[in-house]
Design a protein around this ligand. Sequence first.
Ligand SMILES: [Zn+2]
Length: 136
Amino acid sequence: MIYYPNGKGRQKHFHSGKPLKQRPTVAEFQRFFSNIDDKSCPGCWLWTGLKDKKGYGVFCFRRRNMGAHRFSKQAFDGPFKLGHQANHVAKSKGGCENRACVHPDHLEPLTFKKHLKETAKQTKAKKKKIMDDIPF
Ligand SMILES: [Zn+2]
């Protein structure tokens, strides 16, 4: 969680909130791309800019900080419906589940409820994999 110097605490629009209204400009896309590392992990766009404590990228768009993943998905694939959040697609469905990744193909818009369910599913699968990988 990031605390902002303006004293307002956590910004509302980080994971949810209003959809993107305007299409980003070329300069804004360039600024976005300057924060991406597309070489370390093939297929992924890893955020190299500011991150929050949980590892999500932070992108300042039109004077408001928002999740870089949330910005990315909407900038490339169009604005979310109200109440939708950007979920990192499960590995089993071709995603990467990497919070630092902002590749639009590795993100899907989900309602808050479905997002919670999906996250729980992914966590369960991760735990199972860890257990399966223990060699004894
Ligand atoms: Zn990815």
